[in-house]
Design a protein around this ligand. Structure first.
Ligand SMILES: [Ca+2]
Ligand SMILES: [Ca+2]
Length: 195
C-alpha cells in the first residue's frame, strides 16, 4: 500500500467502525412499541414505551411526548404536571416510563388538527399517538377526577367488551378485562390530583 494513503484509509475505517454502534442505536418505529399515552389524575397508572433499533433495545434515549396545542387545551392537567412536553429516558431494556398526571381521552380523529401527541426519541419524531385515561368524563370544575361519571361511561363498554377508542386503556385494539383492571384502581379510590 502507498503509505501516503494509509493514514486517510485507516481514518475512514475507524469512522465506519465507530459509526456501526450509532446505527444500531437508531430507533426503528416498526420494532418499537408506542401505545396511546395513558394519563391518570395522580399519575399512578404508568405509561411505558419500548424503543428498539436494528441492534436491539435502545438505552439512554430521551423520549419526549410533545402535545399539540389543541390536545394540550383539551386535556386535564394536574398542577404539578409539566406540559406540553413530557420527557423520560429509556433504561437498558429500551423502556421509558412516564407517570402522566392528568386526564381526558384525546382521540386524534376528533381533536382539531388530527394530531394529539408526537413522540420524539432523541429529537427524531417516531410516532403520533392519542391519549386515553380512566378520567374520561370532565368535571365542570375542570379538575381531574375518576368518579361516578367516568364509571358510568366505562361500565357498558367493559361489561359488553364493546370497542371504543377511549375505553381501550392498554391499546391492544380491544376493550375487555385488562382495561377493566386498569380502570378499577383509580375508580375505586376516586382518584384526584395530589394537589
Ligand atoms: Ca372524571
Ligand atoms: Ca384493551
Amino acid at each position: 500500500m502507498n503509505h501516503r494513503f494509509a493514514g486517510p484509509i485507516l481514518a475512514l475505517f475507524g469512522l465506519i467502525v465507530t459509526a456501526t454502534p450509532a446505527f444500531a442505536g437508531i430507533p426503528d418505529p416498526a420494532l418499537s412499541t408506542i401505545p396511546n399515552v395513558i394519563a391518570s389524575p395522580n399519575g399512578t397508572v404508568p405509561y411505558r414505551v419500548t424503543i428498539v433499533g436494528q441492534g436491539g433495545p435502545v438505552a439512554d434515549a430521551v423520549v419526549q411526548l410533545r402535545y399539540r396545542a389543541a390536545a394540550e387545551g383539551a386535556a386535564c392537567w394536574c398542577t404539578a404536571q409539566g406540559h406540553p412536553v413530557i420527557g423520560a429516558t429509556t433504561n437498558p431494556s429500551g423502556v421509558a416510563t412516564f407517570n402522566v398526571a392528568g386526564g381526558m381521552c384525546l382521540n386524534p380523529a376528533i381533536v382539531a388538527g388530527g394530531v394529539v401527541v408526537e413522540v420524539f426519541v432523541n429529537d427524531i419524531k417516531l410516532k403520533e399517538v392519542g391519549q386515553v385515561s380512566p378520567d374520561v368524563a370532565a368535571l365542570p370544575s375542570g379538575s381531574c377526577e375518576v368518579g361516578l361519571s367516568d364509571a358510568v361511561d366505562f361500565t357498558a363498554p367493559l361489561a359488553t367488551n364493546t370497542y371504543g377508542y377511549c375505553f381501550d386503556l392498554n391499546s391492544d385494539g380491544a376493550v375487555g378485562l385488562t382495561d377493566a383492571v386498569i380502570f378499577t384502581s383509580p375508580a375505586a379510590t376516586a382518584q384526584t390530583c395530589p394537589n
